[in-house]
Design a protein around this ligand. Structure first.
Ligand SMILES: Cc1cc2nc3c(=O)[nH]c(=O)nc-3n(C[C@H](O)[C@H](O)[C@H](O)COP(=O)(O)OP(=O)(O)OC[C@H]3O[C@@H](n4cnc5c(N)ncnc54)[C@H](O)[C@@H]3O)c2cc1C
Length: 369
Protein backbone atom coordinates (compact mmCIF):
# COMPACT_ATOMS: atom_id res chain seq x y z
CA UNK A 1 0.00 0.00 0.00
CA UNK A 2 1.30 3.44 -0.98
CA UNK A 3 0.71 6.71 0.87
CA UNK A 4 -0.03 8.52 -2.38
CA UNK A 5 -0.79 7.21 -5.87
CA UNK A 6 -0.48 9.92 -8.54
CA UNK A 7 -2.22 9.27 -11.86
CA UNK A 8 -0.36 11.10 -14.65
CA UNK A 9 3.35 11.71 -15.13
CA UNK A 10 3.07 15.10 -16.82
CA UNK A 11 4.94 18.14 -15.47
CA UNK A 12 2.53 18.63 -12.57
CA UNK A 13 2.23 14.97 -11.52
CA UNK A 14 6.02 14.55 -11.60
CA UNK A 15 6.57 17.78 -9.69
CA UNK A 16 4.11 16.65 -7.01
CA UNK A 17 5.81 13.24 -6.87
CA UNK A 18 9.14 14.96 -6.32
CA UNK A 19 7.71 17.17 -3.54
CA UNK A 20 6.01 14.30 -1.73
CA UNK A 21 8.49 11.49 -2.15
CA UNK A 22 10.89 12.64 0.56
CA UNK A 23 8.20 12.21 3.24
CA UNK A 24 5.76 9.68 1.77
CA UNK A 25 5.67 6.41 -0.19
CA UNK A 26 4.66 7.60 -3.63
CA UNK A 27 3.84 5.89 -6.92
CA UNK A 28 3.17 7.54 -10.28
CA UNK A 29 1.10 5.85 -12.97
CA UNK A 30 1.76 7.06 -16.52
CA UNK A 31 -0.07 5.62 -19.49
CA UNK A 32 2.65 6.56 -22.01
CA UNK A 33 6.03 4.88 -22.30
CA UNK A 34 8.01 8.13 -22.26
CA UNK A 35 7.65 11.75 -21.23
CA UNK A 36 6.87 14.86 -23.28
CA UNK A 37 5.25 15.09 -26.68
CA UNK A 38 2.31 17.26 -25.71
CA UNK A 39 1.41 20.41 -27.65
CA UNK A 40 2.86 23.12 -25.43
CA UNK A 41 4.96 26.23 -26.09
CA UNK A 42 6.73 25.58 -22.81
CA UNK A 43 6.81 29.17 -21.57
CA UNK A 44 7.14 29.45 -17.79
CA UNK A 45 7.59 32.74 -15.90
CA UNK A 46 11.17 33.22 -14.69
CA UNK A 47 10.09 34.14 -11.15
CA UNK A 48 8.02 30.94 -10.86
CA UNK A 49 10.86 28.91 -12.39
CA UNK A 50 13.22 30.15 -9.70
CA UNK A 51 10.77 29.79 -6.81
CA UNK A 52 9.72 26.27 -7.88
CA UNK A 53 13.41 25.29 -8.26
CA UNK A 54 12.83 23.81 -11.70
CA UNK A 55 15.77 22.22 -13.54
CA UNK A 56 18.04 24.61 -15.47
CA UNK A 57 18.76 21.78 -17.92
CA UNK A 58 15.24 22.06 -19.36
CA UNK A 59 15.66 25.72 -20.37
CA UNK A 60 16.03 26.24 -24.13
CA UNK A 61 15.77 30.01 -24.21
CA UNK A 62 15.45 33.04 -21.97
CA UNK A 63 12.91 35.75 -22.78
CA UNK A 64 13.65 39.28 -21.58
CA UNK A 65 11.01 41.19 -23.46
CA UNK A 66 7.81 41.12 -25.43
CA UNK A 67 6.55 42.84 -28.57
CA UNK A 68 2.80 43.39 -28.43
CA UNK A 69 1.29 43.94 -31.87
CA UNK A 70 -2.25 44.87 -32.84
CA UNK A 71 -3.67 45.48 -36.32
CA UNK A 72 -2.43 49.10 -36.43
CA UNK A 73 0.19 49.53 -33.75
CA UNK A 74 2.35 47.99 -31.13
CA UNK A 75 4.69 48.49 -28.22
CA UNK A 76 7.60 46.72 -26.57
CA UNK A 77 8.53 45.95 -23.01
CA UNK A 78 12.00 44.91 -21.95
CA UNK A 79 13.85 43.97 -18.80
CA UNK A 80 17.52 43.20 -18.41
CA UNK A 81 16.75 40.12 -16.32
CA UNK A 82 14.83 37.06 -17.55
CA UNK A 83 11.02 37.39 -17.66
CA UNK A 84 10.24 33.88 -18.78
CA UNK A 85 11.87 30.74 -20.13
CA UNK A 86 11.03 28.52 -23.07
CA UNK A 87 11.54 24.96 -21.90
CA UNK A 88 11.87 21.52 -23.41
CA UNK A 89 8.87 19.64 -21.99
CA UNK A 90 10.41 16.20 -22.26
CA UNK A 91 13.54 17.23 -20.35
CA UNK A 92 11.47 19.05 -17.74
CA UNK A 93 9.17 16.07 -17.13
CA UNK A 94 11.97 13.49 -17.13
CA UNK A 95 14.22 15.54 -14.81
CA UNK A 96 11.36 15.91 -12.31
CA UNK A 97 10.57 12.18 -12.54
CA UNK A 98 14.25 11.36 -11.97
CA UNK A 99 14.31 13.62 -8.90
CA UNK A 100 11.21 11.83 -7.58
CA UNK A 101 12.69 8.36 -8.24
CA UNK A 102 15.94 9.33 -6.48
CA UNK A 103 13.85 10.24 -3.44
CA UNK A 104 12.15 6.83 -3.52
CA UNK A 105 9.08 7.22 -5.77
CA UNK A 106 7.98 4.26 -7.92
CA UNK A 107 6.98 4.82 -11.55
CA UNK A 108 4.60 2.53 -13.42
CA UNK A 109 5.08 3.52 -17.05
CA UNK A 110 2.74 2.35 -19.84
CA UNK A 111 0.15 1.84 -17.15
CA UNK A 112 -3.30 3.31 -17.38
CA UNK A 113 -5.71 4.23 -14.60
CA UNK A 114 -9.15 2.89 -15.48
CA UNK A 115 -11.19 3.59 -12.35
CA UNK A 116 -11.71 2.85 -8.67
CA UNK A 117 -13.00 -0.45 -7.26
CA UNK A 118 -13.66 -0.92 -3.53
CA UNK A 119 -11.38 2.02 -2.65
CA UNK A 120 -8.50 0.78 -4.82
CA UNK A 121 -7.19 2.11 -8.12
CA UNK A 122 -7.73 -0.23 -11.04
CA UNK A 123 -4.75 -0.07 -13.40
CA UNK A 124 -4.04 -1.64 -16.75
CA UNK A 125 -0.62 -2.56 -18.13
CA UNK A 126 -0.43 -4.26 -21.54
CA UNK A 127 -4.00 -5.60 -21.26
CA UNK A 128 -3.37 -6.93 -17.78
CA UNK A 129 -5.56 -5.42 -15.07
CA UNK A 130 -4.52 -5.11 -11.43
CA UNK A 131 -5.38 -3.07 -8.35
CA UNK A 132 -3.24 -0.79 -6.21
CA UNK A 133 -4.21 0.64 -2.85
CA UNK A 134 -3.14 4.00 -1.45
CA UNK A 135 -4.22 6.29 1.37
CA UNK A 136 -4.57 9.19 -1.07
CA UNK A 137 -5.09 9.26 -4.83
CA UNK A 138 -4.25 12.25 -7.01
CA UNK A 139 -5.56 12.85 -10.52
CA UNK A 140 -2.79 14.69 -12.41
CA UNK A 141 -4.00 13.16 -15.64
CA UNK A 142 -4.67 16.27 -17.69
CA UNK A 143 -7.75 17.89 -19.22
CA UNK A 144 -9.63 14.70 -20.06
CA UNK A 145 -8.96 13.38 -16.56
CA UNK A 146 -10.30 9.88 -15.89
CA UNK A 147 -9.84 10.47 -12.17
CA UNK A 148 -12.06 13.59 -12.39
CA UNK A 149 -14.68 11.45 -14.13
CA UNK A 150 -14.38 8.74 -11.51
CA UNK A 151 -15.05 11.19 -8.66
CA UNK A 152 -17.80 12.92 -10.68
CA UNK A 153 -16.08 16.31 -10.79
CA UNK A 154 -17.95 18.43 -13.30
CA UNK A 155 -17.15 21.37 -15.52
CA UNK A 156 -18.78 23.84 -17.85
CA UNK A 157 -15.43 25.22 -18.96
CA UNK A 158 -14.88 26.58 -22.43
CA UNK A 159 -12.67 24.22 -24.41
CA UNK A 160 -10.36 25.78 -26.98
CA UNK A 161 -8.32 23.96 -29.59
CA UNK A 162 -4.67 24.98 -29.73
CA UNK A 163 -2.35 24.78 -32.73
CA UNK A 164 1.39 25.12 -32.71
CA UNK A 165 4.24 24.90 -35.21
CA UNK A 166 7.96 24.96 -34.65
CA UNK A 167 9.03 26.98 -37.62
CA UNK A 168 12.43 27.89 -39.07
CA UNK A 169 13.07 31.60 -39.70
CA UNK A 170 14.82 34.69 -38.33
CA UNK A 171 13.77 35.66 -34.84
CA UNK A 172 14.87 37.99 -32.07
CA UNK A 173 15.54 35.27 -29.52
CA UNK A 174 15.04 37.41 -26.41
CA UNK A 175 11.57 38.69 -27.36
CA UNK A 176 8.25 36.89 -27.54
CA UNK A 177 5.73 38.35 -29.98
CA UNK A 178 2.11 38.68 -28.87
CA UNK A 179 -0.34 39.55 -31.65
CA UNK A 180 -3.82 40.77 -30.72
CA UNK A 181 -6.03 41.08 -33.77
CA UNK A 182 -9.63 39.95 -33.56
CA UNK A 183 -9.99 40.30 -37.31
CA UNK A 184 -7.53 37.41 -37.61
CA UNK A 185 -8.57 35.43 -34.55
CA UNK A 186 -11.38 36.66 -32.34
CA UNK A 187 -10.86 33.92 -29.72
CA UNK A 188 -7.32 34.50 -28.55
CA UNK A 189 -4.01 36.23 -29.14
CA UNK A 190 -1.33 34.66 -31.34
CA UNK A 191 2.24 34.11 -30.24
CA UNK A 192 5.72 33.68 -31.67
CA UNK A 193 8.03 32.33 -28.98
CA UNK A 194 11.64 31.96 -30.14
CA UNK A 195 13.53 28.83 -29.16
CA UNK A 196 16.65 30.45 -30.62
CA UNK A 197 17.51 32.94 -33.42
CA UNK A 198 16.48 30.46 -36.11
CA UNK A 199 13.51 28.59 -34.63
CA UNK A 200 10.26 29.65 -32.96
CA UNK A 201 7.11 28.09 -31.57
CA UNK A 202 4.18 29.82 -33.21
CA UNK A 203 0.64 29.19 -32.08
CA UNK A 204 -2.81 30.23 -31.05
CA UNK A 205 -6.04 28.90 -29.60
CA UNK A 206 -9.11 29.01 -31.83
CA UNK A 207 -9.79 27.55 -35.24
CA UNK A 208 -7.29 26.30 -37.76
CA UNK A 209 -8.32 28.88 -40.37
CA UNK A 210 -7.42 31.74 -37.97
CA UNK A 211 -4.04 30.13 -37.37
CA UNK A 212 -3.43 29.85 -41.13
CA UNK A 213 -4.36 33.52 -41.59
CA UNK A 214 -1.95 34.51 -38.84
CA UNK A 215 0.94 32.57 -40.38
CA UNK A 216 0.31 34.38 -43.65
CA UNK A 217 0.21 37.83 -42.03
CA UNK A 218 3.34 37.09 -40.01
CA UNK A 219 5.09 35.88 -43.16
CA UNK A 220 5.68 32.34 -41.90
CA UNK A 221 5.15 29.30 -44.05
CA UNK A 222 3.84 25.97 -42.73
CA UNK A 223 6.24 24.45 -45.27
CA UNK A 224 9.12 25.66 -43.09
CA UNK A 225 7.71 23.95 -39.98
CA UNK A 226 9.72 21.12 -38.46
CA UNK A 227 7.16 20.18 -35.82
CA UNK A 228 3.36 20.45 -35.77
CA UNK A 229 1.19 19.89 -32.74
CA UNK A 230 -2.41 20.34 -31.68
CA UNK A 231 -3.98 20.16 -28.25
CA UNK A 232 -6.62 21.77 -26.09
CA UNK A 233 -7.04 24.00 -23.08
CA UNK A 234 -10.13 24.47 -20.97
CA UNK A 235 -10.90 27.81 -19.40
CA UNK A 236 -13.15 27.69 -16.37
CA UNK A 237 -13.60 25.60 -13.25
CA UNK A 238 -13.82 21.89 -12.62
CA UNK A 239 -15.14 21.04 -9.18
CA UNK A 240 -14.67 19.61 -6.68
CA UNK A 241 -10.89 19.41 -6.45
CA UNK A 242 -11.23 16.94 -3.58
CA UNK A 243 -13.63 14.10 -2.93
CA UNK A 244 -12.90 11.98 0.15
CA UNK A 245 -9.29 10.74 -0.31
CA UNK A 246 -8.97 11.77 -3.97
CA UNK A 247 -7.62 15.14 -5.18
CA UNK A 248 -7.25 16.69 -8.63
CA UNK A 249 -4.31 18.85 -9.69
CA UNK A 250 -2.93 20.64 -12.75
CA UNK A 251 -5.01 20.53 -15.93
CA UNK A 252 -7.19 17.82 -14.34
CA UNK A 253 -8.38 20.54 -11.91
CA UNK A 254 -8.29 23.20 -14.69
CA UNK A 255 -5.61 25.15 -12.84
CA UNK A 256 -4.99 27.03 -16.07
CA UNK A 257 -4.30 30.74 -16.62
CA UNK A 258 -7.25 31.90 -18.78
CA UNK A 259 -5.31 34.84 -20.24
CA UNK A 260 -2.56 32.66 -21.75
CA UNK A 261 -3.72 29.02 -21.55
CA UNK A 262 -0.61 28.20 -19.49
CA UNK A 263 -1.01 25.61 -16.75
CA UNK A 264 2.44 24.38 -15.75
CA UNK A 265 3.29 26.98 -13.10
CA UNK A 266 -0.21 27.16 -11.56
CA UNK A 267 -0.39 23.37 -11.24
CA UNK A 268 3.03 23.27 -9.58
CA UNK A 269 2.15 26.09 -7.17
CA UNK A 270 -0.98 24.11 -6.22
CA UNK A 271 1.25 21.03 -5.72
CA UNK A 272 2.77 22.81 -2.71
CA UNK A 273 -0.73 23.38 -1.32
CA UNK A 274 -1.62 19.72 -1.88
CA UNK A 275 1.58 18.56 -0.20
CA UNK A 276 0.71 20.67 2.84
CA UNK A 277 -2.80 19.12 2.96
CA UNK A 278 -1.42 15.56 2.60
CA UNK A 279 1.28 16.21 5.24
CA UNK A 280 -1.43 17.31 7.66
CA UNK A 281 -3.73 14.43 6.63
CA UNK A 282 -6.54 16.85 5.81
CA UNK A 283 -7.29 17.21 2.10
CA UNK A 284 -9.95 19.85 2.81
CA UNK A 285 -7.08 22.31 3.40
CA UNK A 286 -6.02 22.02 -0.25
CA UNK A 287 -8.78 24.17 -1.83
CA UNK A 288 -8.26 26.96 0.73
CA UNK A 289 -4.48 26.87 0.32
CA UNK A 290 -4.86 27.45 -3.44
CA UNK A 291 -6.63 30.77 -2.77
CA UNK A 292 -4.07 32.90 -4.64
CA UNK A 293 -4.22 30.72 -7.74
CA UNK A 294 -8.03 30.75 -7.62
CA UNK A 295 -7.89 34.57 -7.54
CA UNK A 296 -5.61 34.57 -10.59
CA UNK A 297 -7.98 32.23 -12.44
CA UNK A 298 -11.03 34.38 -11.50
CA UNK A 299 -9.34 37.54 -12.80
CA UNK A 300 -8.27 35.74 -15.96
CA UNK A 301 -11.81 34.50 -16.60
CA UNK A 302 -13.20 38.03 -16.18
CA UNK A 303 -10.58 39.40 -18.57
CA UNK A 304 -11.30 36.65 -21.09
CA UNK A 305 -15.01 37.51 -20.94
CA UNK A 306 -14.25 41.21 -21.42
CA UNK A 307 -11.93 40.38 -24.35
CA UNK A 308 -14.78 38.53 -26.02
CA UNK A 309 -16.98 41.66 -25.86
CA UNK A 310 -14.54 44.25 -27.19
CA UNK A 311 -14.03 44.83 -30.90
CA UNK A 312 -10.77 45.51 -32.73
CA UNK A 313 -11.33 49.30 -32.68
CA UNK A 314 -11.43 49.17 -28.86
CA UNK A 315 -8.28 47.04 -28.87
CA UNK A 316 -6.52 49.64 -31.02
CA UNK A 317 -7.48 52.35 -28.51
CA UNK A 318 -6.32 50.13 -25.66
CA UNK A 319 -3.01 49.60 -27.41
CA UNK A 320 -2.57 53.37 -27.71
CA UNK A 321 -3.02 53.66 -23.92
CA UNK A 322 -0.69 50.75 -23.25
CA UNK A 323 1.96 52.24 -25.56
CA UNK A 324 2.26 55.37 -23.39
CA UNK A 325 5.49 55.84 -21.49
CA UNK A 326 4.00 55.64 -17.96
CA UNK A 327 2.22 52.34 -18.74
CA UNK A 328 5.29 50.74 -20.29
CA UNK A 329 7.37 51.84 -17.31
CA UNK A 330 4.82 50.30 -14.89
CA UNK A 331 4.74 47.04 -16.86
CA UNK A 332 8.53 46.88 -17.02
CA UNK A 333 8.86 47.52 -13.30
CA UNK A 334 5.91 45.56 -11.92
CA UNK A 335 4.77 42.92 -14.39
CA UNK A 336 5.01 39.31 -13.32
CA UNK A 337 4.41 36.67 -16.00
CA UNK A 338 2.44 34.38 -13.67
CA UNK A 339 0.95 36.98 -11.33
CA UNK A 340 -1.52 38.99 -13.37
CA UNK A 341 -3.38 40.20 -10.26
CA UNK A 342 -0.20 42.04 -9.19
CA UNK A 343 0.41 43.39 -12.71
CA UNK A 344 -3.09 44.76 -13.21
CA UNK A 345 -3.29 46.16 -9.67
CA UNK A 346 -0.08 48.10 -10.39
CA UNK A 347 -1.66 49.51 -13.56
CA UNK A 348 -5.00 50.59 -12.15
CA UNK A 349 -3.39 52.09 -9.04
CA UNK A 350 -2.01 54.84 -11.29
CA UNK A 351 -4.82 57.44 -11.55
CA UNK A 352 -3.58 58.70 -14.93
CA UNK A 353 -3.57 55.16 -16.38
CA UNK A 354 -6.93 54.26 -14.81
CA UNK A 355 -8.55 57.40 -16.26
CA UNK A 356 -7.25 56.58 -19.75
CA UNK A 357 -8.36 52.95 -19.48
CA UNK A 358 -11.87 53.88 -18.31
CA UNK A 359 -12.15 56.22 -21.29
CA UNK A 360 -11.21 53.64 -23.91
CA UNK A 361 -12.54 50.40 -22.43
CA UNK A 362 -14.85 50.48 -19.40
CA UNK A 363 -15.54 46.74 -19.78
CA UNK A 364 -11.85 45.86 -19.33
CA UNK A 365 -11.65 48.13 -16.26
CA UNK A 366 -14.79 46.52 -14.81
CA UNK A 367 -13.11 43.11 -15.26
CA UNK A 368 -10.04 44.35 -13.43
CA UNK A 369 -11.89 45.85 -10.47
C1 LIG B 1 -0.96 24.66 -27.87
C2 LIG B 1 -0.71 24.70 -26.38
C3 LIG B 1 0.30 25.52 -25.87
C4 LIG B 1 0.55 25.58 -24.51
N1 LIG B 1 1.56 26.37 -24.05
C5 LIG B 1 1.81 26.44 -22.72
C6 LIG B 1 2.88 27.24 -22.22
O1 LIG B 1 3.59 27.88 -22.97
N2 LIG B 1 3.09 27.27 -20.87
C7 LIG B 1 2.31 26.56 -20.00
O2 LIG B 1 2.51 26.66 -18.78
N3 LIG B 1 1.31 25.79 -20.45
C8 LIG B 1 1.04 25.71 -21.78
N4 LIG B 1 0.03 24.90 -22.24
C9 LIG B 1 -0.76 24.15 -21.25
C10 LIG B 1 0.06 23.00 -20.69
O3 LIG B 1 0.39 22.11 -21.74
C11 LIG B 1 -0.71 22.27 -19.60
O4 LIG B 1 -1.22 23.20 -18.68
C12 LIG B 1 0.19 21.26 -18.88
O5 LIG B 1 0.58 20.25 -19.75
C13 LIG B 1 -0.53 20.67 -17.67
O6 LIG B 1 0.28 19.69 -17.09
P1 LIG B 1 -0.38 18.45 -16.32
O7 LIG B 1 0.77 17.70 -15.78
O8 LIG B 1 -1.44 18.93 -15.41
O9 LIG B 1 -1.14 17.63 -17.44
P2 LIG B 1 -0.58 16.91 -18.76
O10 LIG B 1 0.61 17.59 -19.29
O11 LIG B 1 -1.76 16.75 -19.66
O12 LIG B 1 -0.12 15.49 -18.23
C14 LIG B 1 -1.05 14.50 -17.90
C15 LIG B 1 -0.35 13.16 -17.94
O13 LIG B 1 -1.26 12.16 -17.51
C16 LIG B 1 -1.18 11.03 -18.37
N5 LIG B 1 -2.47 10.36 -18.32
C17 LIG B 1 -3.65 10.80 -18.82
N6 LIG B 1 -4.62 9.92 -18.56
C18 LIG B 1 -4.05 8.89 -17.88
C19 LIG B 1 -4.55 7.65 -17.34
N7 LIG B 1 -5.84 7.32 -17.42
N8 LIG B 1 -3.67 6.85 -16.72
C20 LIG B 1 -2.36 7.17 -16.62
N9 LIG B 1 -1.83 8.31 -17.12
C21 LIG B 1 -2.68 9.17 -17.73
C22 LIG B 1 -0.84 11.63 -19.74
O14 LIG B 1 -0.22 10.66 -20.58
C23 LIG B 1 0.09 12.77 -19.35
O15 LIG B 1 1.45 12.37 -19.33
C24 LIG B 1 -0.24 24.81 -23.61
C25 LIG B 1 -1.25 23.98 -24.11
C26 LIG B 1 -1.47 23.92 -25.47
C27 LIG B 1 -2.56 23.02 -25.99
Amino acid sequence: MYDVLIVGGGPVGNYLAYLLSGDHDVAVVERKGSFGGKACTGIIGAESYRKLKLPARAVLNQLNGARFLSRDGGFEVWRDDAQAYVVDRKTLEKELAMRAVRRGADYMMMTKFVGFRRGRAVLQHLNEEFEVEARYYVGADGLASSVARAIKASTEAEILKGYELEVVGDFDRRKVEVWVNKEVNDEFFMWVAPVNDGLARVGTFGDLESFRRFLEIRGLSPLKAVEVKAGSVALGWRRPWVRENVALIGDAALQIKPTTGGGIAYGMICAHALKMAIDSEDLSKYWRACRDIRKQISLGLRLKKAFRKVNQEEIEKLFRVLSSEDVIKTIEEQADFDDHVKTFKALIRKPSVLAKLIKVSPSIVRALL
